[in-house]
Design a protein around this ligand. Structure first.
Ligand SMILES: *[C@@H]1O[C@H](CO)[C@@H](O)[C@H](O)[C@H]1NC(C)=O
Ligand SMILES: *[C@@H]1O[C@H](CO)[C@@H](O)[C@H](O)[C@H]1NC(C)=O
Ligand SMILES: *[C@@H]1O[C@H](CO)[C@@H](O)[C@H](O)[C@H]1NC(C)=O
Ligand SMILES: *[C@@H]1O[C@H](CO)[C@@H](O)[C@H](O)[C@H]1NC(C)=O
Length: 453
């Protein structure tokens, strides 16, 4: 079943003169064409006929200046000298025209078809371009795709429509080095292709692409009876390699063309989506963003268009931590959370003056950090000659002294407090002692008294 057919039946006007010379004219619906007898012997009558009119005359002209037109076609016909001019060539006038002079002239014909409904990606697209009545020396006919490639066989293209087929196709008719192009526009409703993997890092923004191919409008999408547009996300489990169950992130309100958020992971859709940009963005990626994102458009006929992107987030982790003291050992590991394919490589950048470190495929060890290791350490993910993404981490290395200043302050404060406590205790003790001796003397005094008594 062909659900989209565009055919151009181009008309060739072959005008045969009494000497047998021919001329061919190609034309397309809507054009004005001029059919001109090649030779016009003086003192003759010229009659133009159209094959579909049962040989009825369309127009005539004579050397005396007389002329006439067929009632039915008179609005679209005129005569310039002996040439028949057909304005805004319509379907009904596709056929063969004859010109009778003394001998016979001949011909022409043409036609076109225009089914303008947009195609859904995956629909069958059929383009044909053929010549009505083909004379000897058949011209070459072929199609040129929107990418400029020659396509099809003998003027026929039968393919499954894809995004790259959207745009202007040209039927080219070529003969004796002359060529003429007949453009036909094809609209394919599809999502623009996206890369299968998207690389970013915890130091970089994240934009997950999804958009209608440019030049496709929401009106055309609606014409294909769109049912729903959604974003799904299947997080990548840190342990396993296969994505977890997908969750719905967003769904589109097709009336208002606004997104409804169904899960919060910090991603926001592009605000203005009238131009078909359905991308999600975030100013800084996190490791929680790792996973598979699917942008899908479902149509009432059960068809679904979707694009899927695996988001890979590169991250550097410092063990034991990023704030270190002189002489400590530190390990920096750089990872995407999964095994790297063989064609990918990590390499490291260190602060300019950094001391030697030991480098392994996915991590480095600095046996004893020094002041010169202070600063930004980076990790780059390379594939072939391309840097896919990079991440950075800031190491803060403190000297012993600097770190212990606070310790010293604390120790000193503690010592001062202890001293104060001791002083207080001593004072207290002294007071108690004085009171004690006073009460003793009081007691003694009384004893004295008693004794005296
Ligand atoms: C496209 O054409 C093929 C046969 O040429 C047919 O089997 C298929 O169902 C058609 N696809 C659609 C979507 O109509
Ligand atoms: C869609 O919007 C994002 C974020 O503004 C932008 O980066 C991207 O280039 C846009 N895509 C298209 C196809 O316009
Ligand atoms: C760094 O990694 C090595 C193994 O490569 C390990 O022996 C060492 O304990 C690690 N050091 C720290 C501070 O994590
Ligand atoms: C990292 O490695 C790639 C190739 O694997 C190389 O082209 C690039 O220059 C290296 N970068 C640094 C900073 O060494």
């Amino acid at each position: 079943m062909k659900n989209f057919i565009r055919s151009l039946l181009l008309l060739i006007a072959v005008i045969v003169s009494t000497t047998g010379a021919q001329e061919e004219i190609y034309a397309k619906e809507g054009q004005d064409i001029t059919l001109k007898p090649i030779s016009y012997p003086a003192q003759s009558y010229v009659y133009w006929y159209f094959e579909k009119q049962d040989g009825h005359q369309l127009a005539w002209v004579n050397h005396l200046g007389g002329k006439g037109f067929n009632e039915k076609w008179k609005n679209s016909l005129s005569l310039t000298g002996t040439s028949l001019v057909i304005k805004n060539l319509q379907k009904g006038l596709f056929g063969t025209f004859f010109c009778k002079i003394t001998a016979a002239g001949q011909i022409s014909q043409k036609m076109i078809e225009k089914s303008a409904s947009p195609l859904l990606s995956g629909d069958n697209l059929s383009l044909t371009c053929s010549l009505g009545s083909v004379p000897q020396n058949t011209p070459e006919i072929y199609w040129v795709s929107p990418q400029g490639n020659r396509e099809g066989n003998k003027g026929t293209v039968d393919i499954q429509a894809r995004s790259e087929h959207n745009g202007q196709w040209d039927c080219v008719v070529k003969k004796n080095g002359n060529e003429k192009k007949f453009p036909v526009s094809v609209t394919v409703v599809d999502l623009a292709p996206v890369p299968s993997h998207l690389y970013t890092s915890t130091d970089s923004p994240l934009t997950i692409p999804c958009s209608l191919i440019s030049s496709v409008t929401w009106e055309q999408v609606k014409k294909k009876e769109i049912e729903e547009v959604q974003w799904h996300f299947a997080p990548k489990l840190s342990s396993g390699t296969s994505p977890d169950q997908p969750q719905q992130l967003f769904s589109l309100d097709l009336e208002k063309l606004t997104w409804k958020k169904n899960a919060n992971n910090g991603l926001s859709p592009v605000y203005y989506i009238k131009n078909g940009n359905l991308s999600l963005t975030k100013s800084k990626a996190t490791v929680e963003d790792r996973g598979r994102y699917t942008c899908s458009m479902k149509f009432k006929n059960g068809r679904t268009l979707e694009t899927t992107v695996d988001v890979v987030v590169l991250e550097i982790i410092a063990h034991p931590k990023t704030e270190l003291i002189y002489g400590q050992q530190v390990n920096l590991s750089c990872s995407t959370g999964e095994q790297l394919p063989n064609d990918m490589k990590l390499n490291w950048t260190s602060p300019k003056t950094s001391s030697s470190y030991i480098s392994y495929p996915t991590h480095i060890t600095v046996p004893e950090v020094g002041k010169e290791d202070n600063g930004k350490w980076g990790c780059e993910l390379w594939q072939g000659g391309n840097k896919l993404t990079s991440d950075e981490i800031l190491l803060k290395i403190g000297e012993h002294g600097k770190l212990s200043v606070w310790m010293l302050v604390i120790i000193c404060s503690a010592a001062v407090i202890l001293l104060l406590l001791l002083v207080l205790a001593f004072i207290h003790y002294r007071r108690r002692k004085v009171q004690f001796s006073r009460s003793y003397s009081f007691l003694f005094n009384h004893t004295d008294l008693l004794v005296q008594l």
